[in-house]
Design a protein around this ligand. Structure first.
Ligand code: ATP
Ligand code: MG
Length: 523
């Protein structure tokens, strides 16, 4: 260090607030790439916030109350220095500047007002709609609730996607991974799940948090527009970071999402958090760690990335009744390369989630959308997180599809097949058609139950496979128009009672009588 700098440091130290303990004041030794090395902070903690001093001899309170106080976050504790990422304009940090400990671990301000807003990972509004009130500082990193604080996952979170709600049911408090190659519909599943929450009665509707990690700004903007159009922004917060931002901000985004979620969970509410995606998060962490000069591990990721992701996902929980019964359901997203799930980050995240939704590029290109690979997708919470009504109708789908996959291989020899096999293939193809679903068009569970019940009862029998969608659509229209009470009873009771079954059976017969055209080859 030059003598000029040393002189300045001396002067700064003279000016310092004398109430501060000496070990709570440090000096910037070097700065570059948004990372500052600070000496003198021997008692600092990991993830603690420090504040850069402007050298005006202000007290800590004064520095902290300054509107544009510049913060740093401690991410490396070394023998005689700590390394800090600058949370803001890094070029304001100069060698020789004084830095003070705040004694606070990084936290973000949260209040009810954050719902409906777009914020950065520091909790600051970035949607131009004004500041958000601060009700409580929520720590960004923390230990998750323990086993005794939790209760079993037994209430569904409906995605509105038939293939998922029927076969891969997700429960409130569960961690379900959405995994697949680029452009296979991962984000769409997460967004549709958020949109679908509008069909939940208000008291059951979860607060949704969409965390965009290093997404293009245009993509995040179009997601917000979709949510707004669907009326889903009313109960959603977006935590946005873009690819052009510094890696530490991308790194913090999922933790900020979890912290916002915890604010609501601790009030006994249900929360849904989407981390889109943790592959980009791992890359941001790798980049940041290079700047911090940490030793790289497998695939050049720092060794503790597994620990970080598992701590993050552990924070989703279903709290016990004593703690208010709130929950955080997590939908982390992972991007694979050429379907390779054995790479480091995918295997890690697979091992710390309670199930996976696998999306397949080939299925996607064949037009099977959502491109769910039903054979390997699972939910380990399973049917305890399904409504009784859905449980009753969904068993048959799995069976039909499994049989269909086995027989599909023989389809090219169709002329040699016996009638029974042909019929089973035909039926399987109709279920595949039934499970196709357009984007941004989630279906509430009670309509799904009606559709699937009708399929199981043979509503598609004797109709060409191509007419499956048409029949489903017109049948649902007919029910909604003329037999509305079926839907209301299912929505409220969530059970497929004998009475509803009888009404559905009559409805199917009536529908068939009135729509003979859909059963003709020509239709
Ligand atoms: P990325 O890897 O770029 O993040 P992704 O896996 O998140 O992509 P999406 O962005 O959700 O995929 O979808 C990819 C494309 O496929 C989009 O253009 C989307 O509109 C389309 N798509 C997704 N799901 C469906 C669907 N069910 N029906 C029709 N099109 C769909
Ligand atoms: Mg995506």
């Amino acid at each position: 260090m030059s003598t000029a700098i040393i002189d300045r440091i001396k002067k700064e130290i003279e000016n310092l607030d004398t109430t501060a303990q000496p070990e709570e004041v440090g000096v910037v030794a070097t700065v570059g790439d948004g990372i500052a090395e600070i000496s003198g902070l021997s008692k600092a903690q990991m993830m603690e916030m420090v504040v850069f001093d402007d050298g005006q001899g202000k007290s800590l309170e004064e520095v902290l109350s300054n509107e544009d106080a510049l913060y740093g976050l401690i991410l490396n504790l070394e023998e005689d220095v700590v390394k800090v990422v600058v949370l803001g304009e890094a070029d304001r940090v100069k060698e020789g500047m004084t830095v003070r400990r705040t004694g606070r671990l990084l936290s973000i301000p949260v209040s009810e007002e954050i719902v409906g807003r777009v914020v950065n990972p520091l909790g600051e509004a970035i949607d131009g709609k004004g500041a958000i009130k601060n009700d409580k500082e929520m720590p960004i990193e923390r230990v998750a609730y323990g086993v005794m604080d939790r209760s079993g996952v037994n209430e569904p979170i409906h995605t509105g996607i038939k293939a998922i709600d029927s076969m891969i049911p997700i429960g409130r408090g569960q961690r379900e991974l959405i995994i697949g190659d680029r452009q296979t519909g991962k984000t769409t599943i997460a967004i549709d799940t958020i949109i679908n929450q509008k069909y939940e009665p208000k008291e059951k509707r979860p607060i949704c948090i969409y965390v965009a990690v290093g997404q293009k700004r245009s993509k995040t903007a179009s997601i917000m527009a979709k949510l707004e159009e669907a009326g889903a922004m009313e109960y959603t917060t977006i935590v946005a970071t873009s690819a052009s931002e510094a890696s530490p901000l991308l790194f913090l985004a999922p933790f900020a999402g979890a912290a916002i979620g915890e604010y609501f969970m601790e009030q006994g509410k249900d929360v849904l958090v989407v981390f889109d995606d943790l592959s980009k998060h791992a890359n941001a962490y790798r980049q940041m760690s290079l700047l911090l000069r940490r030793p790289p591990g497998r695939e050049a990721y720092p060794g503790d990335i597994f620990y970080l992701h598992s701590r993050l996902l552990e924070r989703s929980a279903k709290l016990s009744q004593e703690l208010g019964g709130g929950s955080i359901t997590a939908l982390p997203v992972i991007e694979t390369q050429e379907g390779d799930v054995s790479a480091y980050i995918p295997t890690n995240v697979i091992s710390i989630t309670d199930g996976q939704i696998f999306l397949d590029g080939d299925l996607f290109n064949k037009g099977i959308r959502p491109a769910l690979d039903v054979g390997i997708s699972v939910s380990r919470v399973g049917s305890s997180a399904q409504t009784k009504a859905m449980k009753k109708v969904s068993g048959k789908i799995r069976l039909e599809l499994a049989q269909f996959r086995e027989l599909e291989a023989f389809m090219q020899f169709a002329s040699d097949l016996d009638d029974d096999t042909k019929a089973r293939i035909e039926s399987g193809r109709k279920y595949v058609e039934l499970l196709k679903q357009g984007q941004n068009d989630p279906m509430p569970f009670y309509k799904q139950v009606v559709s699937i019940y009708a399929a199981n009862s043979g509503i598609f029998d004797n109709a060409p496979v191509e007419n499956t969608t048409k029949i489903e659509e017109t049948f649902l229209e007919f029910i909604e128009r003329d037999r509305k009470e079926i839907l209301t009873t299912l929505e409220e009771g969530r059970e497929l009672t004998d009475e509803v079954v009888a009404k559905l059976d009559t409805a199917i017969t009536d529908y068939k009588d009135a729509h003979a055209t859909h059963y003709n080859e020509a239709a």
